[in-house]
Each structure stands twice: as C-alpha cells, then as structure tokens.
Design a protein around this ligand. Structure first.
Ligand code: Q46
Ligand code: ZN
Ligand code: ZN
Length: 324
C-alpha cells in the first residue's frame, strides 16, 4: 500500500478515513487533526498553561509530544501510584517518561509520589479502606482526580489534558448507555469547562483518534512508551466493552467513530441538556479546600482519614496532618 499523498510506502492505512499515509505525512496529519480538535472545541490557546497528565503510555506521551511540537505551553504531571504487584509497574512507567524527557530539554515534568505525600501507596490505601475491597481502582480514580485538580490549581494551570482516545471514549459511552446513566452521559464531552467552585477545565484532544492511530504516531515518532497495562486493569468492565466494540468495528469499519460522533452531535443539539440538574452544588472541602458535593469534607480527605486510622490501629506511623 502506498501513501495517498506521496506514493512512498504507507505506514498506516485508515479505512474509516479512506487514507493511507507514509510516516512523515502521518505525523503531519496527526498533528493537524489534534490542532483542529483543540480549536474546534476551544480547549485551550497558546497563551494558556496546559497540564498534561502522563502515565508513560502511548496516548499521554504522544499527546505531550504533539502539544510541545505545536508550540503549546504544556508541562506534564506524573502521579506515582506506588503500583508494584511484583513487576514495579509505577517505577517502569516513570522510566519511560524519563526517557521521553531525555530528548526534550524544554519539557517540564512534575512528579507526585502518593506514598510520600499521603503516607500509603494506592494498593495499600485501598486495602485499608472500605472503598477498595476488591480492586484499588476506585481509590486510584479518586486520588488521581484530586491530585490533578490540586496541582492545576496550585500551579496556575488553565487546563488539565488527558490522552483519552476514541476507543476509551466509545467504551465509556457504551457503558453509560447500557445503564442509561443520563447524568454521566450529559457530562461526557471533549472539553469540560472549569467550574466556579474550583474544578479545573479538562480536555481530551485525542478523542477522535483510534487507539491504533495514537500507537502509530508514538511508533513513527520513536517514543519508547510503556506497553504494559496496569495489572489491576485485568477484567475491567471497560475492557469488555472495548472488546465488543472492536468486534463491531471489525465487521463494519468506522462503527466506533460514528457511535461517538453521533453522540457528540446529539449532545450539541441539546439532547442531554438539563439532565445534570440533579447534581448537588459544590462547596469547598473544610479540610483541603477542593470542591466537594459532600458539604463538609471531601471524599479524598475522608478516605485518607480512614486509611490513617486503620494504619494507627495496625501500629504503623500515620501520615502527618498537613502532608497532602
Ligand atoms: S484505575 Fe485501576 Fe487504572 Fe488505577 S489501579 Fe490501575 S487500572 S491505574 S486507569
Ligand atoms: Zn507520504
Ligand atoms: Zn478535602
């Protein structure tokens, strides 16, 4: 197969776009598509400060690479979750990020080590709290959201961006639709504005790219990303939804794209308007100041209080009070 633009051997064939491109033209196309998504959804401007949440995986490192190349003020945040499980997953993820940084002296990375800052790794905190009986993902999600928002607020960032791709977004949409979770459906969007109560703006510039397209960009750019998934993702519902969508896509190319873009069109036409109305007003947590629906102290603060109380009972030193 040849590149549609220059007839060199194609590096990727995108059936849903009827487009085959060589490495150089693919990189050009991918960056132009990202720029289009950023401006179409008014995600951020070149005058604003962007915080990229990086995991060491292909999507987030590709996103950071594209934004730096396009001239955005993009710093990155890595949250060290302390996931070990015998394979030092978090350490290996950070190694890949350091390799990415080695060739980019202009790039700034901030690392937040959860065990150092909060007193326990995510798996340990999960074992010590009612939230994470079977898997640490609930604790993990809560901590990541809290830390991202806090780093954005404290660092003066205008927006937090993540590398979620079309496969991720279509799987979330599929799950929310199966359960008709209208509140979640109304809040699923490529960009979520900042709330007056202190939630940072969030954006997903890769929401239209298939996972294989972000992987192809990372490969063509020589980004040495972390290939392994988090060990706790095994058996996740989102992976089952992805498998179903992959099968549909195999039988009818562009199914995922049409499913997701159709949803965005319906959203723009107001199909989900007002469905978020039942959401309670947010107020500042009395302990950390971050927005919470609980009225008094946020779920993050309550969770760490429980972890520290259990640690104290087990004879381990508790986290210092002001260490988060
Ligand atoms: S939530 Fe769960 Fe992920 Fe956290 S513990 Fe791993 S699989 S990393 S997106
Ligand atoms: Zn070409
Ligand atoms: Zn709090």
């Amino acid at each position: 197969m040849k590149c549609t633009k220059c007839a060199a051997p194609a590096a990727i064939n995108m059936r849903q776009h009827r487009l085959a491109l060589c490495g150089d033209h693919y990189v050009e196309w991918f960056r132009a598509q990202t720029e289009r998504a950023v401006s179409k959804h008014r995600m951020f401007s070149r005058e604003e400060r962007v915080l990229v949440a990086v995991s060491g995986g292909k999507d987030s490192l590709a996103l950071w690479d594209v934004l730096l190349h396009l001239g955005y003020q993009a710093d990155a945040l890595y949250i060290d979750l302390g996931i070990d499980d015998g394979i030092r997953y978090s350490d290996r993820s950070l190694t890949h990020i350091h390799r990415f940084l080695a060739g980019r002296p202009e790039a700034n990375l901030q690392v937040v080590d959860i065990e150092q800052v909060c007193g326990a790794s995510i798996p340990d905190a999960s074992r010590l709290t009612r939230r994470g009986r079977s898997k640490p993902c609930s604790v993990c999600g809560l901590v990541k959201r809290h830390v991202m928002n806090r780093v954005a607020r404290d660092g003066g960032y205008d927006v937090v961006v993540t590398g979620h791709n079309l496969d991720d977004e279509a799987a979330v949409l599929f799950g929310n639709t199966l359960r008709w979770q209208l509140g979640y459906l109304s809040r699923q969007a490529p960009v979520l504005p900042a709330s007056s109560q202190g939630l940072a703006r969030k954006a997903k510039p890769f929401h239209r790219f298939y996972e294989r397209e972000t992987a192809a960009y990372a490969l063509v750019r020589g980004i040495d990303y972390m290939y392994d998934e988090c060990p706790y993702s095994v058996g996740a519902t989102s992976l089952r939804h992805k498998a179903v969508l992959n099968e549909l896509e195999r039988q009818a190319p562009a199914t995922k794209l049409q499913f997701y873009l159709g949803f965005l069109r319906a959203r723009e036409e107001g199909a989900f308007e007002g469905l978020d109305a039942a959401r309670p007003d947010l107020s500042a947590c009395l302990e950390c100041g971050q927005p919470t629906t609980a009225g008094q102290r946020c779920a993050f603060c309550r969770m760490w209080e429980q972890v520290n109380a259990r640690k104290g009972r087990l004879g381990e030193p508790a986290r210092a009070e002001n260490s988060r």
